[in-house]
Structure formats: C-alpha cells, structure tokens
Design a protein around this ligand. Structure first.
Ligand code: XBP
Ligand code: MG
Length: 237
C-alpha cells in the first residue's frame, strides 16, 4: 500500500504568499476603518508573524505597542471588530484574484487527486480565507476536493501547538505515519512535528532563515517536487 495516504497542507505561505500583500494590507485597512492610527509595515509585520492567528496578533500588538487601546473596556469587542473587518478585506482581495498559488501547488493537488491520495488543510487562518483562496485559485469546487479542512478557531491552541494537526488526523481517521504535512514556517513545522507528522518545508518570503531542523526536505518552492518524492519523504528516505 502507498505509505502516503493524505497530504496535509498549511495555507499561508505554503499554498500562496498571502501575508505581505494579502493579510497585511487587510489588517491596515481594518485599522483605519476602526479608527486606529496603526500601520503594520513589511518589516514590523514579519516580526508580528511570530504570533500566529490574526486576533492574537492584534491583541499582542495592542498590549505591547498601544497599551491605552489594550486598556479600553471594550478591547475584546474591538479585537473582534477589527478582525472581522480585516477578514472581509482579505476575502475581497483574494476574490479579485489578488493572490496566486505558489509553484507546484496546483500540479501536486491534481496529481494527488488522480493517485487517490486524500487532501487536507491544517491552518491558523480563518475558514472564510481558506474558502476564498481555494475558490479563486483552484475553482468553485476546490473546497470539496479536501477531505478535511481544519482552520482558525476550530482548536483553541494555534500553531506551534500540534492541536490543529491532531484534529485533522482524527477527522481523516489516519495515523500520522500515513500522512505528510507541507509547511512554510518554523511554527508550522513544530505543530506538524508535535503531531508526529513527517514534514516538507517550502520556504516563503517571511520564513527564510528560520530553524527547520527535523524537516524531511527544505525547499525554496515545490515547483520541481514529484508526488513520488513526497512519498519518499513520508517514509524518511
Ligand atoms: C497563518 C497565520 C494567520 C494569518 C492571518 O499561519 O498566522 O494568522 O496571518 O489569518 P499558518 P487570520 O500559515 O501557520 O497557518 O487573520 O484569519 O487569523
Ligand atoms: Mg504558513
């Protein structure tokens, strides 16, 4: 039997370069809309990516850089309001074709489907963002190609906690040894490893130079990677 029965993809940085020109401007538009004079430039945003999850990132920034906002009695509501506005901007941007898939992704998805290898997603980003990206980049039926989509707040502890991968494995009803994770970040790699998954890293704009110790492969992109090589990586070859 093929040892590789399912591929579990991360989304941001792995399927597409979504952060610098997708999530980041969506956050900035939401700040303006919600009356906050914050601006996350490209460098600052790279540092803030250590905090996974948009709401968690907003909260962290306020607590460290805008304590007066964090002390507001309506702070929790504000975080949710800003994040909802940000999600709407991001979904709009992606829906207009503003974010393209990275090299090799569409081909690997297609090859895996033909080979009967199941597809899944394990991401920190919100489910609406995943739907928008799959729809805009792979077509209106694409979400249905994925046996399991684990996204956003479905588990309380976000990456680098392994919870989202454990949740996806449980829904797939497969052991970790039968699956391969594809990630772009050290936080994502730690999450996948914590769930016992062999992991291939496709380094992205913001993750170059991170520590990918223990990854089965570390590649600049997936453009040249075959399905057979993913199978080998799963078996530790
Ligand atoms: C992605 C994230 C997300 C996005 C924003 O990490 O950390 O927070 O930046 O998405 P990963 P939301 O690629 O490891 O899943 O605003 O919807 O949270
Ligand atoms: Mg990622």
């Amino acid at each position: 039997m093929n040892p590789l029965q399912a591929i579990i993809f991360d989304v941001d940085g792995t399927l597409a370069e979504t952060e610098r020109d997708g999530h980041r401007p969506a956050f900035n538009r939401a700040f303006t809309e919600c009356g906050l004079n914050w601006h996350w430039d490209e460098v600052l945003y790279g540092r803030l990516l250590d905090i996974t999850g948009g709401k968690e990132r907003i909260r962290h920034f306020a607590e460290h850089c805008a304590p007066a906002v964090a002390a507001r009695p309506d702070f929790d509501r504000l975080v949710h309001q800003v994040h909802a506005a940000k999600t709407a901007h991001y979904v709009g941007l992606v829906g207009r074709g503003g974010v393209a898939l990275r090299p090799g992704i569409a081909r690997l998805v297609d090859e895996a489907r033909r080979a009967g290898i199941r597809l899944a997603i394990a991401t920190t980003t919100s489910a609406a963002n995943v739907d928008a990206l799959l729809h805009a980049s792979l077509g209106p039926d694409a979400a249905g190609w994925f046996a399991v989509i684990g996204a956003g707040d479905i588990v309380p502890a976000k990456k680098p906690a392994p919870d989202i991968y454990l949740w996806v494995l449980e829904k797939l009803q497969l052991p970790a040894a039968a699956c391969l994770a594809i990630e772009d970040s050290a936080n994502g790699l730690r999450a996948a490893q914590g769930a016992g998954l062999a992991t291939v890293v496709t380094v992205s704009e913001y993750t170059a130079g991170q520590d990918f110790a223990g990854a089965r492969r570390v590649l600049p992109h997936l453009g040249g990677l075959s399905l057979a090589e993913l199978g080998q990586a799963t078996r530790g070859l």
